[in-house]
Structure formats: C-alpha cells, structure tokens
Design a protein around this ligand. Structure first.
Ligand SMILES: Cc1cc2nc3c(=O)[nH]c(=O)nc-3n(C[C@H](O)[C@H](O)[C@H](O)COP(=O)(O)OP(=O)(O)OC[C@H]3O[C@@H](n4cnc5c(N)ncnc54)[C@H](O)[C@@H]3O)c2cc1C
Length: 387
C-alpha cells in the first residue's frame, strides 16, 4: 500500500492544474490514461480552446462567479505564459495556443508536471474508494493507496457511488441532437441563424452555425442549446431555427412580396436566397405547387413562407454520443468555498465532476483551471504548503 498526503484522481485539465497549484511534497496523481492531460489533445478540434476573454458566469448553468473571480482568465493566461505557452484570441474571444495545436498545451503541462515533485501513476484505473477513519483508501487495477486529502478530478464518474455521495445525474451536454427526419437537408450548413429550444416550459437560444445530419442537427449553435435538454434531464422537446434572424417577419413578408415580380416559377423563387435543399424544405412544408408562376403566389402563401423561414421547427428525439461535457455532478451547495465536501472533510472536487457546465468557447476548460487552482491552493493551507 502506497501512502501520500494528497492524491488527485484524474490527471486531466483540472487535476493537473490542482497538482501544479499545490506545493505539497507528498502528492500523487492517478490516471487511467497512458499520458497526462490526454483528453486535451482532442479539444477545440485539436487546437484546444483553453479559455475565453469574455468570461461571465451567465455562460454557465449556474452562478459560479464566487470561484471565477478568484481565479479568472488573466490568472489562467499568466499561468500558461509562465509555463512558456504563447496564446492568441480570435474574433469571438476564444483563446488558443499560438501554434494552433493542442499538443502545445499538453506539452507545457507535461513538462511542468515532470519538473514538479508530483508522483504520477498512469494506466491506473481507480476501481474503489473507501473511507477508513481520517484516511481514504484507493484501489486501482494495479495497486492500493492511502491518503489524508483526496481530490476527485475525474469528470463524470461512478466513483461517487463508492463514497455514497449525493449528486445530480450526469447528462451529456454540448452534443448533436437526434430529431425527426432532416434527410432532405443532410449536410447543409446554415451560418448566423438563430436557434431556440423549449423544454419543460424553459427556453434557450443561440446564434451561430447549424449543420444538418440525416436525422439530426449539429453545429455550435445546436451544441449550445443542447445544454438545456441536458440540464432538464430529457432530450425531448422542440428546436426552432430562424434562418433570417436580422429580418423581422413584417419586413420579410414585404421582401418576399417583391420577389413575386421576379417572374419565375415557384421552384426558382428562392434562387439567390437559399440553397435548393432549403428552398425545397420550405416548399414541402408550405405544400405549394412548385410549378406555378411566382406572380400567382397568394398572400397567405407568402405568409407561410415567412413563417417557415423564421421558425423551421424540429422535434428532438435524443442526442448523439459526441458530447463535449456532462452536465450534473456534485452540487455546489454541498461544497464549501474551496470545493471541499461539507460532510466529508478533506474530500475535494474539481472540473467537470462538479455540477457546472458551460457553453462552447473555452468556458468548460476555464472552469477546470479555476476549480483546479482553488482546490490546489486550499490544499496548501491544509497541509502547510506555500504556493
Ligand atoms: C471533443 C471535445 C472537445 C472539447 N473542446 C473543448 C474546448 O475547446 N474548450 C473547452 O473549454 N472545453 C472543451 N471540452 C471540454 C473539456 O475538455 C472538459 O470540460 C475538461 O477536460 C474537463 O476537465 P476535467 O479535469 O474535469 O476532466 P478530464 O479532462 O476529462 O480529465 C479527467 C481525467 O480523469 C481520468 N479518470 C476518469 N476516471 C478515472 C478512474 N476511475 N481512474 C483513473 N483515472 C480516471 C480520465 O482518464 C481523465 O484523464 C471538450 C471536450 C471534448 C470531449
């Protein structure tokens, strides 16, 4: 049995930040991967969008400003700069490594961990956690460990059940949605559209890109609104797409009335405005004869067009398992200001295992850095460290 003052289970974003923020000499990270911070390699499409300059708690499922204020974006940027990582931000305030490669982020974290006195146990899958007196006993597929302070930085995990801790069910979030058939629109991409979802009388909206699948919707705007389904615990409801959000219905109707004088057939009516697939979706929904002359389109039909363009609706029937985060986890109300469990002393949580989930755009990784730092720093005072 190996003994440490502090053990961090999970060597991902938050676990590594926690370890690097803690100056304890007798500390270990246990991770089931073969490489530290491995998941970061797939973040941001391989570019790792590590934070966002526009960081506000309104971009998360609940108010986490108490924590964000203590370790904010500039602290994160200073931290990474101190590790030698150069970054830039794009027009949407998303921060990436200047190399545009997530490998750079993983490399600097790995270098820092190697230089620190953190003991790293890779390819160790934690199977059981028990509490014996003041100590935690951790059993992996290879070894047993004990410690006084335990940090859970695993993301979604069944390990919480070992400790009989209450938590909100984990649900996939930031994912593509399964819907009724969208086959006619398959592979079509709409940019700068407004999407809105309604579940249990609650609604959420976002403006951005939508990508149609065979029977579903993907794209960043869809990922962002999928969080409402996750937080409400059910993937059924409605999604509506406003394909021309800058146009109000009245001006759109006037514009469509004018197009009647294009003197074409109905099937050519949207040429120059929408791709054919979108135009046919509108014709199908409006049940209009595509072969009649545009001049014979009635006022009612123009209104139907406008309504369809402003609210192309789909029924949500589930999600695709490509989620970027899980919503749910340990409730913040069960944790103190240092993310220590209020009932189980010396048990800390950081990252996605906490009931905090944010939008796409660097928010989730900022939560990982913030929460990891807060726990690491709290451990310093707990064990008399000094960082
Ligand atoms: C495809 C994809 C793209 C993403 N892109 C972005 C992005 O660009 N920007 C952004 O902000 N967020 C992004 N995210 C979300 C972000 O990666 C997570 O929010 C963040 O990694 C959470 O950090 P964490 O430390 O809580 O968990 P993780 O980074 O998931 O780390 C948890 C670690 O614990 C280990 N572990 C779990 N269970 C055990 C066990 N039983 N025993 C031992 N080890 C265990 C895992 O192997 C893992 O290494 C993306 C996610 C995905 C999936």
């Amino acid at each position: 049995m190996l003994n440490f003052d502090t053990i961090i289970i999970g060597g991902g974003a938050s676990g590594c930040m926690c370890g690097l923020s803690c100056s304890a000499s007798n500390i270990a990270i246990i991770d089931n991967n073969n490489k530290i911070a491995k998941k970061l390699l797939i973040t941001g499409n391989g570019r790792c969008n590590l934070t966002n300059l526009k960081m506000k708690s309104k971009f998360f499922n609940q108010d986490n400003s108490l924590y964000l204020d203590r370790y904010n974006v500039s602290s994160t940027l200073d931290f990474f700069a101190s590790l030698g990582l150069m970054t830039f931000s794009d027009e949407e305030n998303r921060v990436y490594p200047i190399s545009n490669s997530a490998k750079s982020v993983v490399n600097v974290i790995e270098n820092a961990i190697n230089k620190s006195n953190i003991n790293v146990f890779l390819e160790h899958c934690v199977e059981k956690i028990e509490k014996e007196g003041d100590n935690f006993i951790i059993t992996t597929n290879k070894e047993s460990f004990t410690c006084n302070n335990l940090v859970l930085a695993t993301g979604k995990s069944e390990l919480l059940d070992c400790l009989k801790i209450e938590y909100k069910n984990f649900m996939p979030s930031l994912c593509a949605l399964k819907t009724n058939s969208t086959r006619g629109l398959s592979n079509i991409r709409l940019r700068d559209v407004k999407v809105e979802a309604c579940v249990n009388g609650k609604s959420i909206s976002d403006i951005g890109e939508v990508l149609f699948k065979d029977s579903g919707l993907s794209g960043i705007a869809i990922f962002n609104i999928s969080s409402l389904f996750a937080r409400e615990g059910k993937f059924d409801g409605k999604v509506t797409i406003d394909m021309l959000p800058k146009e109000d219905t009245e001006s759109l109707i006037k514009m469509l009335q004018k197009r009647k004088t294009l003197n074409c057939l109905v099937r050519q009516f949207f040429d120059g405005m929408f791709v054919k697939e979108v135009a046919y979706e509108i014709f199908n929904r409006c049940k209009i004869d595509e072969n009649k002359p545009s001049i014979r389109i009635t006022d009612q039909e123009i209104e139907n067009f406008a309504h369809t363009i402003k609210s192309l609706d789909f029924t949500v029937k589930g999600y695709y398992p490509n989620n970027q985060v899980f919503s749910g986890g340990i409730k913040l109300s069960d944790l103190d200001e240092n993310l220590q469990h209020k009932q189980i002393k010396n048990l800390y949580f950081c990252g996605e295992i906490c009931d905090i989930d944010g939008q796409c755009g660097g928010y989730n990784l900022q939560w990982a850095w913030t929460s990891g730092h807060i726990v690491g720093n709290a451990l310093n005072s707990n064990i008399g460290g000094k960082k």
